[in-house]
Design a protein around this ligand. Structure first.
Ligand code: HAM
Length: 422
């Protein structure tokens, strides 16, 4: 027996129905916020991903050499590909450029529930706008996308790498030490962070204060701690203005400031954020994003960029976990020719109804009315039309409402009117 490769999944029709439902919801929300869709290749030149993160990232990638000797990688995410495409083809477009995407991503992760080697992201990038109102809209979009799918229990946490940088400066931490500390902060491993800070010769009292600041949601407390650092003070002011827009104009109040949000990827600068579905446990992070710098690294002219990506698979897990009722798979009409002579007329009716926008199928196995009705039930059919010789002589058919079981005989030209009524 063959099986799907480790960390990948098949999606059978009931699952695809749910995935397409969420995708349509999200595409409509992106469009309503003025975003246009973009698509990039599934694989890219390996260098696109090593340019910022270095060779060590290769361990986490599906990287390979093709028959022409090119070093390639299946994309682990879409920000670098979208920015590559921007630098190649879109730099002259009017700003801001608002782009959204759906795409499969590949990471050589250890698979577990909510963590796959092939997974889908729904994300966006905004290029050329970094005002507080633009950033507030980006946060609002991420939150609204998830809410519009029907999710109830989500948490938006907002951090800021420029402020964390300022604190590192204040503590006189070397760049290498900073790099070593970030994973502890990212994973909220504060006991390990305390030990690591002491290894960097930070006094216990100072380390405790710093860890407290990473965990506080009180902006005033953060303000006091960074007082005297003009870059951090300006960044915090901007963050406050952004949050005011988020709360008072976009009416999103369910957020927490958390400087311990530092993101795992190397390209972020300034404001960063994550949205969690706490019920999912270890793999609870549904969305991650923020402001970042890649354009000049890829040879383009400096321009502000920010964006986020939602883990599509985790969103579906979270919806299932909340018991969300997805619209079921269904078929509008099923047509049953009573004998083979009825096939031609039946197919003509099928085609006419399809051209009118109904979803229609017909019995292709000549299995009689009883079995056909049973099969129609398994397909969640609303209406069955039975085409029999006696009725057809009078240019009529029998139409059955599958919910009520009511049946009536109607003239063929009446079918369309009758169906449009239901
Ligand atoms: P990321 O946090 O690496 O950010 O991924 C975004 C989301 O993808 C995560 O929050 C998670 O829900 C989902 N995800 C990541 N890895 C896996 C996996 N192995 N299995 C299932 N789901 C996963 C980015 O990728 C950035 N490009 C986001 C961004 C866009 N930043 C700016 N613009």
């Amino acid at each position: 027996m063959f099986q799907v490769p480790r960390g990948t999944r098949d999606f059978i029709p009931e699952e695809m129905q749910k995935r397409r439902y969420v995708e349509h919801c999200m595409a409509a929300t992106f469009a309503s916020f003025g975003y246009s869709e973009i698509q990039t290749p599934t694989f890219e030149n390996l260098e696109l991903f090593t340019a910022k993160s270095g060779e060590s990232i290769i361990n986490e990638l599906y990287a390979f050499t093709d028959k022409g000797g090119r070093e390639l990688a299946l994309r682990p995410e879409l920000t670098a590909p979208v920015i590559r495409c921007y630098v190649e083809r879109l730099q002259m477009e009017p700003k801001p450029l608002k782009l959204f995407y759906f795409g499969n991503c590949y990471r050589y992760d250890r698979p577990q529930k909510g963590r796959y080697r092939e997974f889908q992201q729904a994300g966006c990038e905004i290029i050329g706008a970094n005002t507080c109102e633009a950033t507030a809209e980006l946060l609002a979009l991420a939150f609204t996308l998830l809410k519009n799918t029907g999710l109830k229990n989500i948490q938006l946490n907002i951090g800021n790498l420029s402020i964390v940088d300022a604190i590192f400066r204040k503590l006189h931490l070397l760049k290498d030490d900073q790099k070593a500390l970030l994973p502890f902060i990212d994973k909220s491993q504060f006991d390990d962070l305390q030990i690591a800070l002491q290894d960097c010769n930070i006094l216990q009292e100072t380390a405790e204060k710093f860890i407290g600041i990473l965990q506080t949601s009180d902006v005033e407390e953060i303000k006091e701690f960074i007082a005297g650092d003009p870059i951090a003070e300006k960044e915090l002011d901007n963050m406050k203005t952004t949050l005011d827009f988020l709360k008072n104009a976009f009416h999103i109040v369910e957020y927490t400031v958390k400087l311990s949000i530092v993101r795992g990827l190397d390209y972020y600068k300034g404001l960063v954020f994550e949205i969690d579905a706490p019920a999912l446990g270890a793999e609870k992070q549904l969305c991650g994003g923020g402001t970042y710098e890649l354009v000049s690294l890829f040879g383009g002219s400096e321009v502000p960029t920010s964006g986020f990506a939602i883990g599509f698979d985790r969103t579906l897990l979270a919806l299932d976990g909340e018991g969300f009722m997805f619209p079921p798979l269904k078929l509008d009409v099923y047509i049953v020719p009573v004998n083979p002579e009825m096939n031609a007329t039946s197919i003509q009716i099928v085609q006419e109804l399809r051209s009118q926008g109904f979803t229609v199928d017909f019995d292709q196995l000549q299995r009689g009315i009883g079995k056909s009705l049973k099969y129609a039930n398994t397909r969640n059919v609303e209406t069955v039309i039975i085409v029999g010789p006696k009725e057809l002589e009078k240019n009529m058919v029998t139409i059955r409402d599958m919910k009520t079981g009511n049946q009536e005989t109607i003239a063929i030209p009446e079918i369309y009117k009758t169906l449009h009524k239901t």
